[in-house]
Design a protein around this ligand. Structure first.
Ligand code: CUA
Length: 340
């Protein structure tokens, strides 16, 4: 009876162990999926880097097995003293020749894929500037003399390689879209360059990958790859000035926007707002996020953002406009949401 109970208890423990292991494995693997994963590549560059990772991991696993196999052999299977000749052979073979060949091979493979990460683009150039804590984005189609300015969202034509020129306003940031390619640092006063080629249309998430201050973790962006025709139509719409407000609430919101001096920092092209300190808001209503990947662009989130910027994004430069009444916040949200 006792033996039986113990046996059942042990089996229960083993079952729990297996369930736990399964759960842990699925949680870990689930982390590899999704919109922001270097192990779920959707771009040519991310695929190359993903392959590099698996080749390196394979190399590491083989080395680990060899070293531990050898350790197991000399401690458990053959504990007799080794001859000096064998020991010398082991040191030269296992300590010099073998690592030189393996590491040399991995290094050659790693270096051979490097130039691809800087491949020239097919026509579209983007300039992305890291700000505290958001992204200034300029699109330069081939032959353009002035850029189309946007913010906090990167759109790319699928199947085409776009060149991305990066710099920063004040501190070092790092531009990273794990599903599409590697990361590239952004330096104040020095331009870095990379190119990306999304293989399919889709939506992903990018993230600043270099600690840049209090809201570094809240410096994200949405990434959308569109079929080239759709992309060109979208870009043309972005180049257009802002639409006029169509409802009474939005018109009141536009007046509050002007009265509160929002135009000193933000531009709404086609209106008197020409500020360049903060994100261009000409088409903010059609963006996929607010506050650089922090909130959505629902009316409620517009209101939350305007009233509580500092609580949502610590140390952000935009002051909160909590002194506005609920009705005024609602009107302002209607105006901004209407800027599509
Ligand atoms: Cu920008 Cu971290």
């Amino acid at each position: 009876m006792t033996a039986n109970t113990t046996d059942t208890g042990r089996r229960g423990g083993a079952d729990r162990g297996r369930t736990g292991l399964l759960l842990l494995t699925s949680v870990i693997l689930a982390g590899c999926e999704g919109q922001q994963s270097a192990l779920a590549p959707s771009g040519e560059d991310a695929r190359v880097l993903g392959n590099l990772f698996w080749v390196m991991l394979g190399g590491a696993v083989i080395l680990w097995l060899l070293v531990n196999g050898l350790f197991f052999y000399v401690t458990r299977i053959n504990r007799a003293a080794l001859s000096r000749r064998f020991a010398n052979g082991l040191i030269v073979g296992g300590g010099v020749i073998f690592p030189t060949i393996v590491l040399g091979g991995l290094l050659t493979y790693g270096l051979s894929i490097m130039p691809d990460q800087r491949a020239p683009g097919d026509g579209l150039t983007l300039r992305v500037t890291g700000e505290q804590w958001w992204w200034r984005v300029e699109y330069w189609p081939e032959g353009a003399e002035t850029p189309i300015v946007a913010a906090n969202e990167i759109r790319l034509p699928a199947g085409e390689r776009s060149e991305i020129r990066l710099d920063s306003a004040r501190v070092i940031h790092s531009f990273w879209i794990p599903s599409l390619g590697g990361k590239m640092d952004m330096f104040p006063g020095r331009e870095t360059r990379m190119s990306l080629k999304p293989e399919v249309a889709g939506r992903w998430r990018g993230q600043c990958a270099e600690f840049c201050g209090a809201s570094h973790a809240l410096m994200a962006f949405e990434v959308v790859a569109m079929p080239p025709d759709d992309f060109n139509a979208w870009l043309q719409a972005q180049a257009a000035p802002a639409t006029s407000p169509t409802t009474d609430a939005a018109r009141r919101g536009a007046r509050i926007f002007a009265r509160e001096g929002c135009g000193a920092c933000h531009a709404v092209r086609g209106t008197g707002a020409r500020g360049a300190v903060g994100p261009d808001l000409t088409h903010v209503g059609s963006r996929l996020s607010l506050g650089a990947g922090t909130l959505t662009t629902t009316l409620a989130d517009f209101e939350r953002w305007i009233a509580h910027t500092g609580a949502i994004k610590p140390e952000v430069e935009m002051p909160g406009y909590g002194h506005l009444g609920a009705a005024e916040l609602a009107d302002l949200a209607q105006y901004l949401k209407g800027l599509e």
